[in-house]
Design a protein around this ligand. Structure first.
Ligand code: AMP
Length: 116
């Protein structure tokens, strides 16, 4: 059996984290190493999908739910509701946790590139 991912362990209460909200299928937490003034993560409760391409193919409604939830979080955590959504996809692109998650970044993002 494969090891549970960090996000599964957080969801199970085995690793502490600042959980900001949840639905039946997704939850959100504050990133432990923020790359922007607002840096949140939206994560499906299932660890079935390793990255955004897999979830887009396997369960597009779940991907849509992640994006809608990102929008709600941005409304709650920013003044203008505006944000950047990043899905690192693959180790060479900076992905370190292979349980799909969206980075919701906001505040001070005038520059074009942010490595989340
Ligand atoms: P990625 O590199 O795209 O896979 O993103 C993983 C993100 O998870 C990074 O931005 C990390 O800072 C963040 N992260 C890792 N461990 C934790 C944790 N225990 N609580 C919150 N965020 C975490």
């Amino acid at each position: 059996m494969t090891e549970p991912t960090i996000f599964t362990r957080i969801l199970d209460g085995k690793i502490p984290a600042e959980i900001l909200g949840e639905t039946d299928r997704v939850f959100a937490l504050r990133d432990i190493a923020p790359q922007a003034p607002v840096h949140l993560l939206v994560v499906p409760k299932t660890a079935e999908y390793r990255d955004v391409v897999e979830v887009a193919e396997g369960d597009p409604a779940l991907l849509a739910e992640m994006i809608a939830f990102a929008g709600e979080l941005a409304k709650a955590h920013t003044e203008d509701g505006e944000f950047r959504l990043v899905f690192n996809t693959g180790a060479n692109a900076g992905q370190t946790i292979f349980h799909v998650h969206a980075h919701v970044l906001a505040g001070g993002l005038n520059e074009k590139s942010v490595s989340a």
